[in-house]
Design a protein around this ligand. Structure first.
Ligand code: ZN
Length: 208
């Protein structure tokens, strides 16, 4: 590697087929019961007495996925979700994170990256998340124009250790593999997929 690490080359300047990996980690604390926040993970509304605190819908899984994708793409000015969607911007208050994910998808496509594969781990002592896994995978795959087989979602506990184990919050880790291709604009079919998820457990209107 040349010593140009501070200069982030666009994917278009990369040799086609260059593959890159990205890692994303996010943590959100639970909001108090009184806050009446919905718990939304991977675009799925999960039955639980407490939701996560945050500026957007606090979808910690989708946030980790976005950071993994942006980490792999290394686009100047869009190094992470904090750079793309500042929490000082009221536009993103209670934002549906799947809509933000669609914007990240389009950003990668415009920079010339194709998403190859994605794997994620949710770390939570409670509630039990495995019943919602397939729905989370389907939501992520739909927004990213991937097959569900290209998206892994697992959930684990920490045997009651740490903040997740004390049920103070939930963390999510994601890794993404992307490949440099020709830059492209999102087409109309991609646009239609940027619509918020239909989650079967709760209508969107119930979100805070
Ligand atoms: Zn977050």
């Amino acid at each position: 590697m040349k010593d140009n690490s501070s200069v982030l080359p666009e994917a278009a300047a990369l040799t086609p087929n260059t593959q890159r990996i990205g890692l994303g980690i996010d943590v959100h604390a639970f909001a108090p019961v009184e806050a009446q926040r919905a718990l939304i993970l991977g675009g799925v509304t999960i039955e639980h007495e407490r939701g996560l605190a945050g500026h957007s819908d606090a979808d910690v899984l989708v946030h980790a996925v976005m950071d993994a994708l942006l980490g792999a793409a290394r686009i100047s000015g869009a190094e992470d979700i904090g750079a793309l969607f500042p929490d000082t911007d009221s536009t993103y208050k209670n934002a549906d994170s799947l809509v933000l994910l669609a914007a990240v998808r389009d950003k990668l496509a415009a920079a010339g990256y194709k998403i190859i594969d994605l794997d994620c781990v949710l770390v939570a002592q409670a509630p039990r998340l495995s019943p919602y896994r397939e729905q989370m995978r389907a939501n992520l795959a739909r927004v990213l124009n991937l097959a569900p087989e290209q998206v892994g979602v697992k959930a684990t506990t920490t045997e009651r250790l740490g903040f997740e184990g004390r049920e103070e919050g939930i963390s999510a880790h994601a890794v993404a593999l992307v490949e440099a291709v020709a830059p492209q604009q999102s087409d109309s079919s991609a646009q239609s997929k940027s619509a918020p998820s239909q989650n079967t457990t709760s209508p969107q209107a119930e979100r805070p």
